[in-house]
Ligand binder design. Structure first.
Ligand code: NAD
Ligand code: 0WE
Length: 258
């Protein structure tokens, strides 16, 4: 018996085999869910098609979350395969790279601030709005990915921290709005992992070794571990959990000193 038998999940945010969304897709497939995927652009299309076929999925749709038209067309197209679905995974973030290095205020621009918030927070509500009418089966779930920089200042994370703070508030407001329709909304705050989005980030190595040194479990986390918690949060075992941010971080956020 899988945790997610008879569930259908739309996964937004696979870019490589290191993507957190890929860890989530694998766990959900293992637990019996049927999957559909989106890809950001043509550069990623072939890769995502290959990943989808590994998990027996034939539904692969384009979606740049910065584009309202593409968001709408995802659900028009998805509707040709599925009349309803149960799970929406949002695993997307972006800020212009220059803003993720050095002093927060010195490198900040109006445009960079807006982009970070648009792609990393607004996009979750936009996808939710477009999904809503296909998620009316009851016991459905939406899930996004956050980072500790939402609630603590972190070197170099800068404007992404503000965008994640907005995303976490978005989880609570969406949970309040959609709860009466039987849709739960949660977030996972994951510890640092080497992925495309974190490669080439200055100081990433220091973030990883610091977690190894001071977290209660004295190690970093994997995309499989995020996937397992995601499968639980989107399953009926979590039927009374909504509006929550669950940390999957070796306990790092809980220590003041170690
Ligand atoms: P990743 O690069 O594998 O995934 C990021 C995804 O965002 C990619 O699939 C990319 O295509 C997508 N994306 C960016 N801009 C987009 C746009 N305009 N339209 C559509 N898609 C777009 O990296 P990841 O680390 O798996 O990141 C996934 C999520 O996890 C992000 O929200 C990130 O903030 C969060 N997160 C990452 C870490 C980490 O250390 N890697 C830790 C905590 C949280
Ligand atoms: O949320 C993230 C990263 C999100 C991200 C990554 C990039 C790299 C490429 C957003 N925008 C971009 N823009 C790009 O051009 N993480 C939690 C991973 C991460 O990013 C950091 C970190 C950690 C951890 C940035 C600085 C410091 C630590």
């Amino acid at each position: 018996m899988g945790l997610l038998n008879n569930k259908r999940a739309l996964i937004v945010g696979v870019a490589s085999n290191r993507s957190i969304a890929w860890g989530i897709a694998q766990a959900m497939h293992r637990e019996g869910a049927q999957l559909a995927f989106t890809y950001q652009n043509e550069k990623l299309q072939g890769r995502v098609e290959k990943f989808a076929s590994e998990l027996d999925s034939k539904i692969i749709l384009p979606c740049d979350v910065g584009n309202d038209e593409q968001i709408r067309s995802v659900f028009d197209n998805l509707n040709k395969y599925w009349d309803e679905f149960d799970i929406l995974i949002h695993s997307v973030a972006f800020a212009p790279r220059e803003l993720l290095d050095g002093e927060y205020l010195k490198n900040l621009t109006r445009e960079g601030f807006l982009t970070a918030h648009e792609i990393s927070s607004y996009s979750f509500s936009a996808l939710a709005n477009a999904s809503r009418k296909m998620m009316q089966g009851g016991n459905s779930a939406m899930l996004t990915l956050s980072y500790l920089g939402a609630v603590r200042s972190m070197p170099n994370y800068n404007v992404m921290g503000l965008a994640k703070a907005s995303l976490e508030a978005n989880v609570r407001y969406m949970a309040s709005n959609l709860g009466p329709e039987g849709i739960r909304v949660n977030g996972i705050s994951a510890g640092p992992i080497r992925t495309l989005a974190s490669s080439g980030i200055s100081g990433m190595r220091d973030f990883l070794t610091h977690v190894e040194k001071v977290s209660p479990l004295r190690r970093n986390i994997t995309i499989e571990e995020v996937g397992n918690v995601a499968a639980f949060l989107c399953s009926d075992y979590a039927s009374a959990v909504t509006g929550e941010i669950t940390y999957v971080d070796s306990g790092f956020n809980t220590v003041g000193m170690s």
